[in-house]
Design a protein. Structure first.
Length: 155
């Protein structure tokens, strides 16, 4: 039964075992981060369904946002719902980046999809992203706490 296909979407087949593992990853990440309210801006996808079930398993609330709405309407929904994390489908990465000034500062963003081998075991929310004077993200500064005390570092 676990090896049977649970979901078919755009050429991707997900078995019941894979679905359960993906939902468990979402559950673990949400539980670890303390995010109780999550929103999803994107088109229909199997990932959104896994987010929905994972949020429910974590005791959280999932709010899908209609992708046809204008940026101001999306911002208004986010202000009303006050999610801890906004998951963004691949079609809307640029739109969210362009309109991030209208969104609350506390809001964390997760770009979808996340490859199965890149699924985090934990999610650390950072109050402010380290940037240089020109606004470039300093990834090395983000990695620094994880590599302290180790002889060899990966950058």
């Amino acid at each position: 039964m676990l090896n049977r296909v649970a979901n078919r979407f755009e050429g991707r087949n997900t078995t019941f075992a894979e679905f359960d593992a993906n939902v468990s990853s979402v559950f673990g990440a949400l539980e670890q981060s303390g995010a109780a309210r999550i929103a999803y801006l994107g088109k229909n996808s199997d990932w959104a369904f896994e987010l929905y079930i994972g949020a429910g398993r974590a005791g959280g609330v999932f709010a899908p946002i209609n992708w046809r709405l204008a940026p101001r309407e999306v911002a208004q929904i986010i202000e009303t719902f006050e999610p801890d994390l906004l998951f963004v489908g691949p079609e809307f990465h640029d739109a969210v980046e362009e309109n991030s000034g209208e969104l609350p500062d506390y809001l964390g963003f997760v770009a979808m999809p996340v490859a199965h081998f890149k699924c985090p075991k934990t999610v650390d929310l950072v109050a402010q992203m380290p940037r240089n004077a020109t606004g470039k993200l300093l990834k090395r500064e983000l990695r620094k706490p994880y590599w302290e005390g180790r002889a060899r570092q990966v950058n």
